[in-house]
Design a protein around this ligand. Structure first.
Ligand SMILES: Nc1nc2c(c(=O)[nH]1)N[C@H]1C(S)=C(S)[C@@H](COP(=O)(O)OP(=O)(O)OC[C@H]3O[C@@H](n4cnc5c(=O)[nH]c(N)nc54)[C@H](O)[C@@H]3O)O[C@H]1N2
Ligand SMILES: Nc1nc2c(c(=O)[nH]1)N[C@H]1C(S)=C(S)[C@@H](COP(=O)(O)OP(=O)(O)OC[C@H]3O[C@@H](n4cnc5c(=O)[nH]c(N)nc54)[C@H](O)[C@@H]3O)O[C@H]1N2
Ligand code: SF4
Ligand SMILES: [Mo]
Length: 745
């Protein structure tokens, strides 16, 4: 549709990556025709990247689904919302009634954490389902960090973030924020913050087998052998103990297990790990001494430290180093954010702790972590006959056919289901297997609030964006879609979806008034519910969370405190100040202290010790990200999928020569699990012995409706994996550092 009507502007926080930049959208009629950085945004101050600048194209993508699709006689056809929800209820309810809710598998993808709907409704939906079969993108991503935080601090969401604006030395492992814009560290203009760090005389050390754009900014780049970061970090710990450089400072009183930690790491000397890491032992010692000597320092690891053989151990060691150098929970080190919708802080004391493996997957016996099973076992849970087999799947903003190991097998498994529903704006590699596809509207039509990323932000702040453009006739807000879905599978098909929000509000308030520590203790829940403002259920729930949150007005207890009305009056957001120390209040371990050497970690250390003697594979594969991409779903926008082909295998010149590979020519990559053919890009930005292939490509499957992506499909790197490689504690797939063979095709 050509844009019509006079141009206006609207503010909208960008949902396309974790940086959460404030955008100023230009809108003509109902079309977003431009996006620039909002210079007055309290947090992002005008920063924007090419994805944010393409907000309009992504929003108006003609391939976005405008109506639900339902499968009839084997074919997907357009349908009304009533037809679609009737089908969900008619097909799911009988399955649940006959076999129980465990036969429904829920698959949650990454975009959920970028929408209000994806945070507000899955808990309701999962609460109704109570299925042991929950799978999310976390087991392709940050689950090791949740597990290490759960074990160390008693709370899987207590994830410290580096104090980028104030730190004196940043040691960054397996992250490339110049292309990813940061992760588990929400920081608009991450590149600018790294430059500022160096500008104020600080040090940046980057550990990455590739000389990334981030590594090029660094004072020191350690081109480590993939998968061996845990060894490097253990050696840094060993040096700190050995040389008497540990100094936990104010944390000391809150630590448990310091001596045991020392004993457990003493054989990981720099000399012992150097060969495995392919690093110089003296350089490891120097780094340890520099970290200890820095006025403040922060160790930070991301994808390349998580989706590897020793992901949980690596994530644990990252925080162990922050603790031993006295940098955890102090300005300039790594701190715990306190977001506006967090629970209000509580007095310190023992908590309930964090348990792993409370149940296991039916077929392979893989333990749950944080209530989730490894997404790599989804296919076998569908295929393997027996009681409790997954017969139906709800895929919510998830494209596991591309993002998880062996999508071809998973695609066949999805086809064999009794029923599948996808909530997705595209008919893509995963949703094409569904019986019902429920499309959310484009982002300009949705309100936005960062429930998740505010909790990982380098500065406490809060912003709310109402919908920039009203809903189009015939489309449905994603909050309503998910509320209706919850009702349909809970046996209340057709009920008023606002009943879902009313119930959540009632339950929350009933608990709050009973809680002696709540500002609303003893008050009447009905009167409080009536005081909530907001245009609909989701806004009223946001108002509730803000008012009961750490900065809230407590329904009048602090009249200057936060409410939705106050936030709506400040369209560029409200700054809530720098991160502040939160220990011991944040600790929820059974001891009420930081448990430095938790039993599951201690039990996994022998596996790491054995790695010291491993003979390294001659060639291993790692991933990479590109600024103009995001996982699997942004390749359908011409401005983001133009230019030279980015889906290549990067090979070091020495390896290319040894293997007889020509630049631009096709290579065949093989593993024990599969093979792909992909163009070669010879570059010395990857170290010798390592090749790099990006993920999220492979858009050539028949039956999708993404014309631009289909025309430039790339290949799916995850066809090289069968899912059997996992970090045992977290169930996270090993997506980096697995052996491959490469030959000319
Ligand atoms: N080899 C390899 N594989 C990887 C990775 C890697 O580094 N290497 N990275 C992993 C990581 S970190 C992640 S997070 C996963 C991501 O894995 P997934 O979450 O499965 O994939 P995404 O491409 O992020 O998007 C999922 C789906 O959400 C849909 N979507 C987009 N916006 C919305 C919306 O507003 N609402 C709804 N309902 N749907 C929406 C998209 O169309 C897409 O189908 O991939 C993982 N896979
Ligand atoms: N442009 C863009 N931005 C994104 C995304 C995207 O797809 N594109 N995805 C978003 C998502 S879902 C996430 S989770 C984040 C991820 O954010 P980041 O973690 O910053 O992701 P990457 O850019 O993949 O950086 C991972 C780095 O780890 C390196 N690496 C691989 N193996 C190892 C290893 O064994 N050791 C070490 N030390 N390094 C290793 C790789 O070479 C790579 O440079 O990005 C988010 N932002
Ligand atoms: S950096 Fe991330 S949040 Fe900022 S404009 Fe780019 S995609 Fe959007
Ligand atoms: Mo991710």
């Amino acid at each position: 549709m050509p844009p019509t009507g006079p141009a206006r502007t609207a503010l909208r926080v960008c949902p396309l990556c974790e940086a959460t930049c404030g955008l100023t959208l230009t809108i003509e009629g109902t079309t977003v025709t431009g996006a620039r950085g909002d210079r007055d945004d309290v947090f992002s101050k005008g920063f924007i990247c090419p994805k944010g600048a393409s907000f309009g194209e992504l929003d108006a993508d003609p391939d976005r689904l405008r109506t639900p699709l339902i499968r009839e006689n084997g074919e997907l056809r357009e349908a009304s919302w009533d037809e679609a929800f009737d089908m969900v209820a008619a097909r799911l309810r009988p399955l649940i009634e006959e076999h129980g809710t465990a036969v429904v598998g829920a698959v949650l993808g990454n975009p959920n954490v970028h929408t209000m709907a994806g945070v507000l409704y899955p808990p309701v939906l999962l609460g109704m389902l109570r299925t042991p079969n929950l799978f999310t993108a976390s087991t392709l991503d940050q689950m090791p960090k949740h597990v290490s935080s759960g074990l160390l601090f008693g709370d899987a969401f207590a994830i410290p973030v580096p104090d980028l604006d104030n730190t004196g030395h940043l040691l960054l492992l397996g992250a490339n924020p110049l292309d990813s814009n940061g992760s588990l560290c929400t920081a608009p203009d991450f590149p600018g913050k790294l430059k500022a760090l160096r500008g104020r005389g600080g040090t940046l050390t980057v550990v990455d087998p590739r000389r990334t754009r981030t590594a090029r900014l660094a004072d020191r780049h350690l081109a480590i052998r993939p998968g061996t970061d845990a060894l490097l970090l253990a050696a840094l710990v060993q040096v700190l103990f050995e040389e008497g450089l540990t100094d936990p400072g104010a944390l000391t009183a809150h630590l448990e297990g310091l001596d045991e930690l020392r004993a457990a790491t003493e054989d990981f000397t720099p000399d012992a790990v150097a060969a495995a890491c392919d690093l110089d032992a003296e350089e490891i010692r120097t780094l340890a001494r520099e970290l200890a000597a820095a006025p403040t320092a922060a160790v930070y690891g991301r994808i390349g430290s998580c989706t590897v053989e020793y992901g949980t151990l690596t994530s644990w060691l990252v925080d162990v180093l922050n603790i031993l150098t006295g940098n955890l929970d102090r300005p300039g080190g790594a701190l715990f954010p306190l977001s506006a919708t967090d629970n209000a802080p509580r007095p310190a004391g023992p908590g309930r702790g964090f348990a792993l493996g409370r149940w296991a997957s039916r077929v392979g016996g893989h333990p749950e972590a944080k209530g989730e099973l490894p997404i790599s076992v989804l296919a076998e849970e569908i295929e393997t006959p027996g009681d409790g087999r997954i017969r139906a799947v709800i895929a919510l903003a998830a494209n596991p056919v591309l993002s998880a190991p062996d999508g071809s097998r998973l695609g066949r498994a999805l086809d064999s289901l009794d029923f599948m529903v996808s909530i997705d704006p595209y008919l893509n590699e995963t949703s094409l297997h569904a019986d019902v596809v429920l499309p959310p509207p484009p982002p300009s039509r949705s309100a936005h609030f960062d429930f998740v990323f505010n909790g990982f932000a380098v500065r406490n702040q809060v912003r709310y964006s109402p919908p920039a453009v009203p809903l189009d006739a015939g489309s449905m807000d994603e909050c309503e879609i998910l509320a209706r879905l919850a009702l349909a599978l809970g046996g209340m098909h057709g009920a008023d979806p606002s009943a879902v929000d009313d119930q959540v509000i009632e339950d929350t308030l009933t608990k709050a008034v009973d809680d002696p520590l709540s500002p609303v203790h003893g008050r009447d829940p009905k009167e409080l519910a009536a005081a909530l403002t907001g245009a609909g259920g989701p806004e009223r729930r946001l108002d509730l969370m803000l008012r009961l949150g750490p900065y809230g007005d407590g329904f009048g207890a602090d009249p200057a405190g936060l409410t939705l009305a106050l936030l709506a009056d400040r369209p560029h957001g409200i700054d809530l100040g720098p991160l502040k120390p939160r220990i011991p209040g944040i600790l929820k371990t059974r001891s009420g202290r930081v448990e430095l050497l938790p039993a599951p970690i201690a039990a996994d250390l022998p596996r790491l010790r054995a790695a010291l003697a491993d003979v390294p594979a001659s060639l291993v594969l790692v991933g990479r990200r590109h600024l103009r991409s995001n996982n699997s779903w942004m390749h359908n926008v011409p401005t983001l999928n133009g230019g030279s082909n980015r889906c290549t295998v990067q090979v070091h010149p020495a390896d290319a020569e040894r293997l007889g590979l020509a630049d631009g020519g096709p290579a065949r990559i093989t593993t024990e699990a599969g093979e792909i053919t992909i163009p070669v890009e010879i570059t010395d930005t990857v170290r010798a012995g390592v090749v790099s292939v990006p993920h999220g490509w492979g858009h050539d499957r028949p039956g999708t409706r993404m014309a631009v992506a289909h025309a430039r499909p790339g290949v799916n790197v995850n066809q090289l994996l069968d899912g059997s490689r996992r970090d045992p504690l977290s169930g996270t797939s090993v997506l980096n550092g697995f052996p491959v063979e490469v030959a000319p095709a």
